[in-house]
Design a binder for this molecule. Structure first.
Ligand SMILES: [Zn+2]
Length: 157
């Protein structure tokens, strides 16, 4: 009688095991993750929800953040001669560096007549009846870039 009881217990445990496995629910569906490839490239890919933990384990994040340094540093500017300020000696010129691109910390302007200024928007005095060269230097974590333009003034007061 004792032997029959033991056999009965083994059968019960074999039945119970598949039930335990089935109780851990398999995740269904898909999601997107920012996958970091071995070479460091990051891109959004579609993965099954079951694979989320494995991707997170190798450093993936929910979304790919936009890296500011991917915009190359570039200096560019426009200028406006302020005619109302002109005299026989020169004119004030308004400088605008807002068309520059990249991660920029500082803007420095230098003109061929020795005038200089700082800031994305600046004003400098340039000589009348002359062509001056104005150079903009933009500086940031990615280095320095410059842009140069000739500004000719021939204003008859
Ligand atoms: Zn991944």
């Amino acid at each position: 009688m004792r032997r029959i009881t033991v056999v009965g217990m083994i059968i019960l445990s074999l039945v119970a095991m598949p039930l335990v496995v089935a109780a851990a629910p398999a995740l269904k569906g898909k999601t997107e993750i920012c996958h970091i490839a071995g070479n460091g490239d990051a891109q959004m890919i579609e993965i099954s929800l079951n694979a989320v933990a494995a991707h997170e384990a190798h450093g993936d994040t929910e979304t790919c953040s936009i890296d500011e340094t991917t915009v190359p540093l570039e200096a560019a500017f426009t200028f406006t001669i302020l005619v109302e300020t002109c005299s026989f000696f020169g004119c004030e010129v308004e400088l605008d560096a807002s068309s520059s691109e990249g991660n920029i910390d500082s803007y420095i302007w230098v003109a061929s007549n020795g005038e200089n200024a700082v800031g994305a928007n600046a004003k400098i005095m340039l000589p009348n009846f002359a062509t001056s060269t104005v150079t903009l230097a933009v500086d940031g974590p990615d280095g320095t870039a410059t842009a140069t333009q000739e500004i000719a003034i021939a204003f008859l007061p």
